[in-house]
Design a protein around this ligand. Structure first.
Ligand SMILES: Nc1nc2c(c(=O)[nH]1)N[C@H]1C(S)=C(S)[C@@H](COP(=O)(O)OP(=O)(O)OC[C@H]3O[C@@H](n4cnc5c(N)ncnc54)[C@H](O)[C@@H]3O)O[C@H]1N2
Ligand code: MOO
Length: 405
């Protein structure tokens, strides 16, 4: 039986890394680019800041005019201008003069430092006493100190974050080119399935994989295209798959991956185009019967009908193709009981974590891959390596936390 020739997870990643998913590029408003991948390097059109600015509310001075100033012997300076925020000074400093500046305000020519207002005393509208000396450059943000004109501020391939939008806005950049979100076709196969929201009879079940996978696509930067429920009929699976392959960059099917009489997914993939099925069977639990194929240039995934397996295999194998990859968050904890394993396959065991005093306690949730409830009860997974026959109580483990985007 084809899928008994299982491939290791590493071999699967080699196949996945060979896939070229190229949805093209698109220019969007910067706020709409958040979470997306940049398709271009971005160069700064300006120095940042664009002018020498004060970091404090105070008086812009020439440092030598206030050297030696103290409470008992203040330096007396002429106030030649009181600068309003958002305007440029109209005067330049001459020896013995100063300009009052607000935080962020532009420094007049020849000013090299700013004395904080707390260390000054207004003698009149045009005279201020300075009670403290400053070093040259003190309380000043120099033009271009943050970013230089022409500097690469973001690289092609970077993920756009809210803080990137702040930076781009500060430089007047309003649109950027991003990699278009990947369109992912989702087909739920199964005679027993009804759409969520519809009534169902005993023996039938609501299609939970369809909405679950659509949500996963959305969360991780793809655009889900839902093709509905398809009965376990070879021709129906084939025609829907063909349509989805023509319209999407990746196609997912759920159900029909095993070796049951009405499991047609592998056959349908083979019947449409080449190279067809590349992998059928992975040394992985849950997810053993997973199918990975390619029809012309479109990767096609036959995910197990079992929801725990479908969601895990999406995360492991489909998500890296969505151009939205961020490092997985992990935690270190200690098992509170033994976990047996058959060996010869990599086990992903759902776990709950609890902080007990100064230690993270890890409780395995021994759930079947059809136990949907575990998807919300679990905090993450731990991995039992392929050649291990289990993990022992007290063992230190890495927890791959359930991700939220
Ligand atoms: N003889 C063997 N049988 C099975 C093997 C095996 O090695 N030899 N492997 C088992 C494993 S492991 C898995 S995983 C499943 C994979 O089954 P299929 O992908 O063919 O899925 P179905 O049989 O269609 O459904 C399995 C299960 O999931 C429910 N399901 C299906 N679709 C949905 C959906 N959209 N939403 C919610 N639930 C769904 C379905 O009702 C079944 O209960 O094969 C084992 N069998
Ligand atoms: O591989 Mo299956 O998802 O364990 O039941």
């Amino acid at each position: 039986m084809a899928f008994l020739n299982v491939k290791s997870v590493e071999e699967v990643y080699k196949v996945i890394n060979s896939f070229k998913v190229n949805p093209g590029e698109q220019i969007v408003d910067i706020v709409d680019a958040v979470g997306k991948t940049l398709a271009e390097d971005i160069y700064s059109p300006y120095d940042l800041p664009q002018f020498n600015r004060s970091a404090v509310d105070g008086y812009a001075v020439r440092w030598e005019d206030v050297s030696g100033a103290s409470e008992s012997l203040p330096s007396l300076l002429e106030v030649i201008e009181r600068l309003e925020m958002g305007t440029a000074p109209t005067n330049e400093l001459k020896p013995g003069s100063c300009v009052e500046v607000p935080t962020g305000g532009m420094l007049p020519k020849n000013a090299d430092s700013v004395v904080m207002v707390e260390y000054t005393e207004n003698f009149s509208d045009h005279e201020v006493g300075i009670h403290k000396s400053v070093a040259s450059g003190e309380n000043v943000i120099i033009k271009g100190e943050d970013i230089k004109k022409g500097e690469v501020i973001m690289n092609k391939g970077d993920q756009v974050l809210p803080e990137s939008i702040n930076l781009l806005s500060s430089l007047g950049v309003t649109k950027v080119s991003i990699v278009k979100p990947v369109r992912v076709g989702i087909i739920s196969t199964g005679d027993e399935l009804v759409e969520t929201g519809e009534e169902w009879c005993l023996g039938e079940i609501p299609n939970s994989n369809g909405p679950g996978l659509m949500a996963a696509c959305k969360l991780w930067g793809g655009i889900p295209e839902y093709y509905g429920i398809v009965k376990d009929q070879f021709n129906d699976v084939k025609s829907t798959l063909k349509k989805a392959v023509n319209e999407c960059e990746i196609v997912l099917l759920t159900g029909g991956t095993s070796v049951g009489k009405k499991d047609y997914v592998a056959e349908a993939i083979e019947s449409i185009g080449t190279p067809g099925v590349l992998i059928h069977g992975i040394a992985l639990k849950p997810g053993k019967p997973t199918i990975i194929g390619q029809i012309d240039n479109t990767p096609v995934f036959g995910l197990s009908g079992n929801p725990v397996s479908a969601m895990l295999c999406f995360k492991l194998f489909v998500r890296p193709l969505l151009n939205n990859y961020t490092e997985e968050k992990t935690l270190i904890g200690y098992l509170n009981q033994n976990i047996p394993s058959a060996g010869g396959r990599q086990d992903y065991v759902p776990v709950k974590v609890n902080q007990v005093k100064d230690k993270i306690e890890v409780k395995p949730l021994f759930a079947k891959s059809n136990s949907i409830g575990v998807l919300t009860k679990m905090d993450g997974y731990i991995i039992v390596p392929i050649h291990s026959e289990g993990l022992a109580k007290g063992e230190k483990v890495k927890i791959y936390l359930k991700e939220r985007g």
